[in-house]
Structure formats: C-alpha cells, structure tokens
Write a protein that binds this ligand. Sequence first.
Ligand code: GNR
Ligand code: NI
Length: 170
Amino acid sequence: MALLNILHYPDKRLHKVAKPVAKVDDRIRRLVADMIETMYDAPGVGLAATQVDVHERVVVIDVSEDKEGLMVLINPEIISFSDDVKTYEEGCLSVPGVYDEVKRPSEVRVRALNLDGEPFEFDADGLLAVCVQHEIDHLNGLVFVQHLSMLKQTRLKTKLRKEQREHERV
Ligand code: GNR
Ligand code: NI
C-alpha cells in the first residue's frame, strides 16, 4: 500500500477524460487499495483516479463517519437522475480550502463494476448522491469549481496561482 500524490487545481491533468477499465485485474486492485489509503489519510469522503494522475475510470467513496461505508466503483455510470435538485456546499481534495454551493440532482441511480469485475446498481441520495456525481465529474475531467460562475473561476485561478508563486518563493 502507498499514499498517492493528489493533483491540485489549476492543473491541466485534472481535465483529462479517464478511459474505461477493460479488465479488473491485480493492477486495478492495487490502484484501488492505494486510493482507499489516500482517501482516508487526506481525509476525504471520495477520491477519483484522475486526482492521483491515473486516467482510468476508478472511484472510491466513503461518506460514513466510521469508515464503514466504503464503496469501490469501476466504470461508474449514472443511469437515472431525479428531476429535483439540491444545493450542497462542496469541497474537493484537489481544491483545498475552497467550498462553494453546487446544484445537482438530489437522487441518482448508479451502475458500476465491483472489484471482481461484476456489475451492480444502487440508488443514492444525500451526500452519497453529491459525492458520486462529484467523482464521476472528475473522471470526465471536470472539477466542481467549473460549476461556478466564470467570474468566480477566474478569481479563484488568480488567487491560487498567486498563492502557488508565494509558496514557491524561497
Ligand atoms: O472530501 C470531500 N468532501 C466533499 C464534500 C462535499 C462534496 C463533495 C465532496 S468530495 C471531497 C473529496 C474529493 O475531492 N473527491 O473528489
Ligand atoms: Ni474532488
């Protein structure tokens, strides 16, 4: 097991579209084990492979408070969305310190493969529904701040680039 480095926005690699996993093999299971360790260490309620610079469709999620809600989603797809939407104050391990409101469908039905490569489906609401959509966005190269206004995105990029330069200064 190993902790993986998490990419920080703005980084072009966060906008790559991840490829479907063709075969759930030991390489994928090793990636999943490292992603789980990295998510709990951060700590975060979810992590997409894109965030650790692996551009394959793999997600881990645990929205529980006691580490008892671990879910591994390979090639996840949302197969239906509710009509009603909810606003949630989102954050992201790739945009540390930034929280803002994003509107998304409040309930979704998800299909994915498990670690044995078998398909399964489940319904999600609440934070789980938010998190699944947030993670699938990552696999599609989308960071949650891209749901915010252009003005907010521009201000945020300027602020983060300035902080990055100050951090690099000796
Ligand atoms: O840890 C996380 N918390 C969170 C809070 C509100 C909405 C989404 C999230 S996901 C985030 C971890 C992360 O960045 N996953 O990609
Ligand atoms: Ni995120």
